[in-house]
Design a protein around this ligand. Sequence first.
Ligand code: ADP
Ligand code: MG
Length: 596
Amino acid sequence: MAKPIRPLSVDLRNKIAAGEVIERPASVVKELVENSIDAGATRIDVVVEVGGEQLIQVTDDGSGINAEDLELAFERYATSKIAVADDLFKINSLGFRGEALASISSVADIEIESCPSTSDTGNSLNIRNGEASPVQPAPAVQGTRITVRNLFSRLPARRKFLKTPRTELRHIVSMIRRFALAHPQIAFRLNADGRELFNLSPEKFPHRIGAVFDPTYRENINKVEFSKGQFTIAGAIGNLNLVRTRPGEQYLFLNGRYINNRLLNSAVYSGYHSLIKRGEYPFFVLNLSLPAREIDVNVHPMKLEVRFKDEWRIYHVLKSAIEESLQDVEQTIPEFEQTAAPIEIVPDKGPVPDRRSDAIPAGNGQVKFPSHSASEDLSPRQQTAGLERAKSYASQLAAGGAAGTDDWLVSEGIFQIHNKYIVAEISSGMVIIDQHVAHERILFEEAQAAFEQHPIGAQTLLFPEVLEFAPDEFSTLLDVVPALEKIGFRLKEFGKNTIMVEAVPAVMGWGNERGVIRDLLDHYTSHRQEHSSYQDAVAASFACHAAIKAGDPLSKEEMQVLVNQLFATKHPYHCPHGRPIIVQLSLKELDKRFER
Ligand code: ADP
Ligand code: MG
């Protein structure tokens, strides 16, 4: 039997619209701040509590709303920004769909206070449980303040999708960061649970980059400036010091609106040519301006996607603007800090390792590696375990290969090839060991042991280094500080979003703590899902970054230490990411190949 068709109630219609527009607290922040910008605000204050679930308040000094329009502002498809169909193709405001306030009021309690510039009285209105109160007088402070409480409290199903307050706050911080970058002439403040995360004065664009990220960003950016007819590109791109191993610092704005556009992002990447590799992401903040008739912003409820009349033309222009900005390649060569070495490191080990971008340079340009002799650094338990394991590995090999002896390593027969692999002669043939993953495995297990009982030794820095982070990175850092301390870092909170590094793990190169802690955080952020615990993720990140690299020359003694330590680990055959560490070639196999 056919079911009867009924029009949905207004409340239900708004809830459905809210489903598209209001995904999480950061979406509320986005809609409110967009309205403030559209109202011509010069300062916007945002206050949030408990990741925005409990409270989101946005205050601006913009044009305000007339008393008679207050209720209308909460009606769906009611807007002051467009009036006729033609307007859809010349949109110059961030909003135009007239659904944000209606959507928010259907999923949260909301209060608005507003005073238009032309009036000497303010007005306020409450909407609780979808019921609007009558309009009341309010203080005559020019602008608008909107307070949103109890988001999704009447929609438990939605609420369940929210992540922890800290994660939701991170989304809010990224949202504010986008607005702040696109609108440097506006003062922004963000206060979360009583902590001030941003307090930005109106400023010139390059200063804003320093204020929003950390001050070193300013020294590592190239200006981008391009214009052709009515098409302009303005902004900044990072040099290789700002290249990261995960995406996240790519900001593309179109007429002041943040957009997601893979094609245009890839135009920027390809402008870097071979300066970056796959899996590397340069920093950029670019604002494209195009006449409104060249684009269609009405394709996505959250307006994150935009349709262009001629996307490929923009692709090519953007790419050449990037190439032009990068012309001065010298500006883009990464610089590693050179600090005087306060501690002894590896004695003479032949040539200085090459300083490729994935090497962690130590203070004097050498890569630090445990410099002790073959077995003195291993506990007796480890030494025996190592020997046992070596023997059992040798006999495993023997079982499938040449018969006979239980002798593992033929001590003189150990070589390094291409500064990358260790080739060792064993009685049943030979093994090839990948030096980086081998060391990674050793350090991974050392870090795991450090979490349980044996903290890794720290080496105090003569000159502690102060590092400043973006607020969201800083909060990730705070999550992992206890684990970092167990593996030998000594970190002290040093004011807002800033830490002081007093010591680093004894097994690690130093002189580039900034890079190391950043890389470690990047790695941790992008790989934490792969590990069963956050500690394992920290251990893997540490191991990956502290391990000797492919390209580091090793002495015979160092190779022996490495091989011994490797065989003292619980899983010498695979690195924490599952890559093989050892490849073997039996004598039998060799004989066969040489037709002996
Ligand atoms: P839209 O922004 O798409 O027009 P909204 O639901 O976000 O729709 O807002 C409805 C209307 O309320 C806006 O068109 C604007 O006139 C008014 N408004 C909302 N917020 C503000 C603000 N902070 N200052 C001035 N006017 C505002
Ligand atoms: Mg709006």
